[in-house]
Design a protein around this ligand. Structure first.
Ligand SMILES: Nc1ncnc2c1ncn2[C@@H]1O[C@H](COP(=O)(O)OP(=O)(O)OP(=O)(O)O)[C@@H](O)[C@H]1O
Length: 786
């Protein structure tokens, strides 16, 4: 890249073709004592009006050195005066004096090296301020000095009160090379987009192609640019007319903008294998922990500092890369020696990390998950108490990372499950779902940090201090304008993230400014083939030492049947409180309950009995009869578990948790399975209780089960004027649906047209200018339930 110097710097003036033709020398001169009086240096005071008389020859033969010296200096002065008069003659018309007068110019600091020398300081007195409006005026004056052989000058001082300009000699300015065709075109486009007063002050070009790669421009558009849509249109205008994709960095206060070529985000970036000290002291290193999770458009790494922002909110619809980003965080923290607890709301997303070093527990059943949240809360309370009683301070606690992943899914499941375990007179709602806000609040002091994951922004997560306690956020994939408002307090941010770019999302900078990022990628150990690149990467990322042992949550024992009188008597069912009091043990102490050991014993051969979907229907014959349990949904927890924790059947409890429930296979079971996939009702009162009655509540569960998987409604043909930001728009030429990424506005070049700016699923940008009455096909983002 080379930098082309600006055409004009602030005080340097270059040649101009606008110098007026100068009058002939035969002008009437006006002797003006002002010249002598004001200059002190008074070079012009002794100058004759016209012509220059020869020096008188000395009459005496005694020609002395003194006389010779006088003759030389006299001659020098004469020649200088002649030069000055020539300059004065040219200068007067330029500074607005109708007749030539020596008062217009004072000269000083003459050099003596050359003959007769030249001045290095010039003071020009002007008459009319009108000349100030002429932008080449100063350059014209400098040009006169240069033509006189006095060299180059630059303006040193302008004294408007005394109407004088002081010039001092300067180095020769860089010779301007004529603009290349590309530069000329880029300048023309900038003036079309930013108005005729826009001037490029710096331009960078690619040395090989000559294409412009950046431009800095001063303009006078002022308030027009307050509109984000206007600014986007200018950007799009650059991209549409110059090679490459452009972005603009605006300084609205100084009327300055820098246009530069965008660099494309990479499709995929694996988490870098940075060297970390596996033995770093958790307490000593806590404050400085930085978790890198992606890069911005300029390749800058974005990091989470949990000591500053204790909790992270991670939002993302299915397929956007939310799980991979959560894995990326998990691996990062595990490498820094943090103990990790995981609530896996989808049951299978974190299975691959169940035996990852420093991951202590992955709760994959509703009972384990409820127990985990209560334990995390208890840990916080325990630590709080220790601080209150003076037994400890915050700095004494090792940090813990708790994933609450797919919280909305978990919440729906837990409400159903609770109906079967609610004790008589127990709270109406499962206590676990109301704990989130208080846990988020206490995270910093207790050093129990939350990564809270859910599919869509929901008003209740952005209410009151929840907003502050989840200042660190990532939204993966594209948000609806409604979701963007909640997540980023702007209906535009994150709404145009291209859907085909997995791992692309929006996060906040250190100054909490939203930016688009590409998240790092981490392989899922469960889906990684041996001897692959991914397996090698996992080996490199795996913490070399396990500092925190694996834990298991022991299923509670059945309660004794205290009033058993006969065989028909049933033991009292376990209640919610029995499950949350479940014992936690070291995994090494209960191999009988260890899912890792069980999985290690899997044969990895395909069981044709369960491979076919028909297995569910029991029509295969030959040993593929479905069990009663197989007909139940894995997350069907409407009945409390009555798992027998029989030592003779060590893994029975985990088996039951992960799939089967006792009971009859019936149409009722299947029905219950179907209804589970339908909308999960918001518990009465809960919504208002938690959102404070706000009306922009987004029930993400209700949305996640719609048939319209892509979250947009049916196709409508509407007038261009009725298109809104966030709509999907069909671009006929491309036969592609794109998202409208600014509010439609008048086109900045042709204001009889309406301009629609867009971004495609594969990260192409564009603008469509069309009459506002013409029709286009759109799909509106689904209005989520309120
Ligand atoms: N950072 C990334 N870079 C590149 N590809 C990614 C990235 N993250 C995810 N992907 C790709 O997208 C796929 C889906 O990712 P992921 O499972 O994380 O989505 P999700 O949002 O959790 O969806 P779901 O909820 O359905 O699991 C991954 O299998 C991977 O191929």
């Amino acid at each position: 890249m080379t930098k082309t110097p600006p055409q004009q710097s602030a005080t340097r003036f270059t040649r101009s073709s606008r110098i007026p033709s100068l009058p002939p020398r035969s002008r009437t001169w006006i002797r003006d004592s002002f010249c002598l009086a004001t200059t002190g240096v008074g070079i012009c005071a002794a100058a004759p009006l016209f012509g220059y008389s020869d020096l008188p020859m000395p009459a005496s033969a005694g020609f002395s050195i003194a006389a010779a010296y006088t003759a030389v200096t006299g001659k020098r002065r004469q020649l200088r005066d002649a030069d000055v008069d020539e300059v004065v003659e040219k200068l007067c018309p330029i500074v607005g004096l109708p007749e030539a007068t020596r008062a217009v110019l004072s000269t000083a600091r003459w050099s003596r090296r050359e003959w007769p020398g030249h001045p290095r300081k010039l003071t020009v007195h002007y008459d009319s301020t009108q000349a100030l409006n002429d932008e080449t005026w100063l350059a014209d004056i400098c040009e006169i000095f240069e033509h006189q052989g006095w060299g180059f000058f630059e303006l040193d001082k302008h004294d408007p009160a005394r109407r004088r300009l002081i010039f001092t000699s300067a180095a020769e300015p860089n010779q301007e090379t004529p603009d290349s065709d590309q530069v000329t075109r880029a300048k023309r486009i900038v003036t079309q987009l930013l108005g005729p007063t826009a001037a490029a002050t710096a331009i960078e070009v690619d040395v090989e192609t000559g294409d412009v790669t950046s431009m800095e421009v001063r303009h006078e558009l002022g308030p027009k640019l307050a509109s984000e849509g206007y600014r986007t249109r200018v950007e799009r205008g650059m991209s549409a007319t110059l090679p490459g994709r452009w972005r603009a960095k605006w300084n609205l206060e100084t009327d300055w903008v820098r246009f530069e070529l965008r660099t494309a985000f990479p499709d995929s970036i694996w988490l870098p294998k940075t060297d970390l000290d596996p033995d770093a002291d958790l307490l000593a290193s806590y404050d400085s922990v930085e978790i890198p999770y992606g890069i911005d458009e300029d390749g800058n790494e974005v990091v989470w500092r949990p000591a500053i922002d204790p909790n992270m909110m991670l939002i993302g619809p299915p397929g956007s890369g939310k799980t991979v980003t959560a894995h990326n965080l998990l691996v990062n923290f595990s490498r820094r020696g943090w103990p990790i607890w995981v609530l896996d709301g989808k049951y299978v997303e974190f299975l691959g990390f169940q035996d990852w070093p420093n991951v202590q527990v992955v709760a994959t059943t509703i009972e384990q998950q409820v127990a985990l949240v209560h334990r995390a809360r208890d840990l916080m309370e325990f630590r709080y108490q220790k601080i209150v009683t003076g037994e400890a301070t915050e700095t004494d606690f090792e940090p813990v990372l708790v994933f609450l992943d797919e919280w909305a899914e978990f919440r729906g499941n837990v409400e159903d499950w609770y109906l079967g375990v609610k004790s008589k007179g127990g709270p109406r709602l499962p206590p676990v779902i109301t704990m989130l806000a208080s846990m988020a609040r206490k995270a910093r002091t207790a050093r129990v940090h939350l990564v809270f994951g859910t599919q869509r922004p929901d008003a209740q997560y952005f209410f009151g201090d929840m907003r502050d306690n989840f200042a660190m956020r990532i939204s993966m994939g594209r948000l609806s304008p409604q979701g963007a408002l909640m997540m980023w307090q702007s209906p535009t941010i994150g709404t145009s993230v291209p859907r085909k770019c997995r791992g692309r999302g929006t996060t906040v900078t250190d100054n909490y400014q939203p930016i688009e990022i590409q998240c790092y990628r981490v392989p899922d150990p469960r889906k990684t083939r041996p001897d692959s690149f991914e397996a090698d990467l996992l080996d490199a990322l795996r913490p070399p030492v396990t500092r925190h042992p694996r834990l298991l949550i022991v299923p509670p024992d059945e309660l004794p049947d205290l009033d058993a009188t006969d065989d028909t008597s049933e033991p009292a069912p376990l209640t919610y409180f029995d499950y949350i009091d479940a014992e936690w043990v070291l995994a090494s102490d209960r191999p009988d309950l260890d899912p890792i050991l069980r999985r290690a014993n899997m044969t990895h051969e395909v069981d044709h009995g369960i491979a076919s979907p028909t297995a569910l229907l029991g029509l295969l014959g030959g040993g593929a009869e479905p069990t009663v349990e197989a007909t139940r949904a894995p997350n069907d927890h409407s009945q409390p578990l009555t798992a027998s924790n029989d030592a003779s059947d060590p893994a029975s409890f985990l088996d039951q948790l992960s799939a089967p429930h006792p009971g009859e296979s019936s149409s009722e079971d299947l029905e219950s399975f179907r209804t589970r996939l339908a909308l999960v009702k918001e518990p009465v009162g809960m919504e208002r209780e938690m959102s404070g009655g706000e009306s922009d509540f987004v029930d993400d569960r209700s949305v996640s089960h719609r048939t319209d998987e892509d979250q947009y409604g049916p196709v409508h043909d509407v007038r261009a004027a009725d298109v809104a930001l966030g709509d999907l728009l069909l671009i006929d030429d491309l036969d592609e649906w794109v998202v409208v990424d600014t509010d439609p506005e008048l086109d900045i070049i042709d204001d009889s047209l309406l301009s629609l700016t867009w971004r495609s699923d594969s990260d192409e940008y564009g603008e469509l200018a069309l009459p506002d009455s013409s029709y286009v096909s759109i799909r509106k983002p689904l209005q989520v339930s309120v």
